[in-house]
Design a protein around this ligand. Structure first.
Ligand code: MN
Length: 726
């Protein structure tokens, strides 16, 4: 039987290893407190209950969370299962810990009674929305992980219901939080109970082929590391067999037997820089045969959970396919521990503030695979219009924008429900239409066939666009005369405010012109639209403002003057470098301009800068040409390359291409084949499925550069390759 001491010691070990700055005194107090509270409770296997909180705290420490989270993990079952209260915990351990424990308790109380497919996503979201602090979810996931690890003592029915929950709610959440390792373990453990035979069969198969697999992985690892060592790329490589559930799922999805199993193996290469990632990719594709359609660039387009890596699948000499993942150390940290790793970096900066995690929650709630731009966008925007999740009386979850009311709920169900609503019950009590809904509320709408329909006030009360547009729709249809009168009053009032006489609209020549600009067939149509709120009077007038003003005045507006922009000074910078002779100047500081990145062989000129030596440009650089200004003529000097220089020069190319799968791949392979090592690559998406990127690398001179450019132009999809000029 497992003992208190074993678990206490291994938890302390984890804390010392992963969270060395933990407040040990507080942890010690929490252990004592929890042990006292749980002292009469036993786990299903007969061991003391305190073992469970200790084990959860150990996992929490392993993923790098802070003292508050470790303490909260130790206390996480106290409120639910013992005499402890929120106030007592707050007094003894502070309000943050109390909030965390309270949050975990709330989640523990949620019963996922139905896990219908269309509901699980909402349940996951509700789960997130209920936890104000992301640490609550992280602790809850660790709690579930330990429950899965000790599931064998539960009844068969409980094993199945808990494992279903783990598979549908917890593993996807761990995935979205980017916690790869925990996700794998949750899935494998749940599978073990959901399909014991399938699980056993797979594990037995893998065990039987273990020696073979290890020899194979060792061989591949050695080949890759030898190759990368020979070109001077520092890296660490590891190989593994993919986790059981991912193999299982692929077998089911692709309807394959164990022997037909495709890529069982995954290798991970960790390097120092992003450009090394692409360089390594080039080498891998030279060494092994590529499986088409399997290359994924999650570096330029990270997954919504912040995961970054290059993925490719290749086939070794043995004919065995395997996946290779290439990433930097930072990307690796994020891949293993996800949000927790991110959280670790932010520790100390307002840690624990709900606001800080707002964007993370937003991000997680986003079901669809967002593209890189959206991803960055959601990182930047501080969004507070969170969602709220409420239940119908039958237990269906409805998601609404935060601040929503019963009106929003009614229209979310059906416009017919909204239009015949005469009242609402929240949690079984009659409630006003303007009462804001909270997560977990049960909402019931009372309707009547003789209802008069929505009231205009509802437009100010409701929060969702859906409700607003359905209400407007109703008014548009039901109340045309009223809308015309209302719209006309509003429109003419606005005209008078601008000192324009509404009589102008009666002008037979002007009116058709105005209506055409407004895209309405008649003034009544426009008034009706303003009346039901389809367009505002101000907006309508804005479209015809100039014409109205012109008609009401005889003078015309003075012409605006344009201010000419002063052209930007060109850049001078970069580390000093020689390899160039400046005419008439014996020794001076030389800088190569960043704008045109000249390389030996280029026709170059020098510009004497103020205090920074001579900056070298290509003669066809726009900055050099723009400087034809006679005032500056004296500062341009003739320069030439020193012959026979072997020093490599960094230069930049701009590439325009039709985007397609594997484009970057072909690109990096082409560079590798020319013995070119990338220093930097930046890409962006362009309209029409195109993409543009700038790539920086070192070359010996123009000849080599021309060779590279020609090679790149030969890649399918590449539209243009030119020297960088910015
Ligand atoms: Mn627990």
């Amino acid at each position: 039987m497992e003992t208190f001491e074993q678990h206490y010691n291994s938890m302390m070990e984890a804390i010392r290893t992963y969270v060395p700055n933990t407040d040990l005194e507080t942890v010690e107090r929490a252990v004592q407190y929890a042990a006292e509270k749980h002292k009469d409770q036993k786990r299903k296997d007969g061991s003391p209950y305190i073992i469970h909180p200790l084990a959860v705290a150990e996992i929490v420490a392993e993923i790098g969370l802070d003292t508050d989270a470790i303490v909260a993990a130790l206390l996480h079952d106290c409120i639910e299962d013992t005499s402890a209260s929120h106030d007592e915990i707050s007094r003894l351990f502070g309000s943050t810990v109390a909030e965390l424990v309270e949050g975990v308790t709330k989640l523990t109380r949620v019963e996922f009674s139905t896990l219908e497919e269309q509901q699980v996503e909402n349940l996951r979201k509700m789960f997130m929305a209920m936890s104000k602090d992301i640490r609550v979810v992280l602790i809850k996931i660790c709690d579930r992980l330990h429950n899965q690890r000790t599931m064998e003592y539960q009844s068969r029915a409980k094993q199945i219901s808990k494992s279903t929950e783990t598979m549908d709610i917890y593993a996807p959440l761990a995935h979205r939080l980017g916690m790869q390792k925990i996700k794998w373990e949750l899935e494998d453990s749940a599978l073990q109970y959901l399909d014991p035979e399938g699980y056993r069969e797979l594990v037995d198969y893998l065990d039987a082929h273990k020696a073979e697999a290890e020899a194979f992985m060792e061989n591949v690892q050695k080949r890759i590391s030898d190759r990368l060592a020979s070109v001077g790329i520092a890296c660490s490589i590891s190989g593994r067999i993919k986790h059981v559930y991912s193999i299982y799922r692929k077998m089911k999805e692709q309807n394959k037997t164990l022997d037909e199993l495709y890529d069982l193996y995954a290798f991970r290469i960790i390097v120092d820089t992003i450009s090394d990632c692409y360089n390594v990719l080039g080498h891998i594709h030279e060494m092994f045969k590529l499986v088409p359609g399997r290359f994924k660039d999650y570096i330029s387009t990270p997954k919504p959970n912040m995961y970054q890596s290059l993925h490719t699948t290749v086939i070794g000499d043995e004919g065995v396919p395997f996946e290779v993942q290439i990433r930097t150390k930072e990307m690796h940290e994020t891949a293993e521990y996800g949000i927790a790793a991110h959280w670790k970096y932010k520790e100390g900066i307002e840690a624990g503030e709900g606001k800080e995690f707002e964007w993370i929650r937003r991000l997680l709630e986003d079901q669809k695979e967002t593209d890189a731009e959206d991803f960055l966008h959601s990182l930047k925007v501080d969004m507070f219009d969170d969602e709220v999740f409420v239940f119908t009386p039958k237990g269906k979850v409805i998601s609404l924008p935060a601040g929503s009311t019963a009106i929003d709920f009614a229209y979310a169900i059906h416009s017919g429900v909204g239009n015949t609503m005469i009242g609402a019950k929240i949690n079984n009590r009659i409630a006003g239409y303007d009462v804001k809904l909270h997560n977990g509320d049960i909402v019931e709408i009372l309707t009547s066939k003789s209802a008069k329909g929505p009231s205009r006030d509802w437009l100010n009360i409701c929060k969702s666009n859906q409700a607003r547009s359905k209400i407007k729709q109703w008014f548009k249809k039901e109340k045309r005369e009223e809308n015309i009168a209302r719209g006309r009053t509003s429109f003419e009032g606005e005209l008078r405010r601008m000192n324009i006489s509404p009589a102008l609209l009666q002008d037979e020549e002007l009116r058709p012109l105005l209506l055409k600009k407004l895209s309405f067939d008649s003034l009544d149509d426009m008034y009706a639209a303003i009346g039901y709120g389809g367009i505002t009077a101000v907006k309508a007038i804005g479209k015809i403002r100039e014409d109205l003003l012109k008609a009401s005045r005889s003078t015309s507006a003075p012409k605006e003057t344009k201010v000419l922009e002063i052209s930007q000074p060109f850049q001078q910078d970069r580390h000093s470098n020689s390899g160039v002779i400046v005419e008439d100047i014996d020794s001076c500081m030389i800088k190569f301009s960043r704008c045109c990145t000249p390389v030996p062989g280029d026709d170059i000129v020098g510009f004497i800068t103020k205090g920074y030596g001579v900056s070298i440009h290509r003669r066809d650089c726009p900055n050099a040409r723009a400087a034809n200004n006679p005032d500056l003529a004296a500062r341009w000097v003739n320069v030439s390359w020193v012959s026979g220089g072997e020093k490599p020069f960094a230069t930049t190319l701009e590439v325009l291409a039709q985007d397609r799968d594997g484009l970057l791949l072909d690109f990096s392979s082409a560079l590798t084949s020319q013995q070119i090592r990338m220093k930097e690559i930046n890409g962006k998406e362009l309209p029409g499925g195109r993409c543009g990127f700038t790539v920086t690398f070192e070359v010996k001179g123009l000849e080599q550069l021309t060779g590279v450019m020609n090679r790149l132009r030969g890649i399918s999809g590449v539209v243009e390759v030119k020297r960088g000029q910015n």
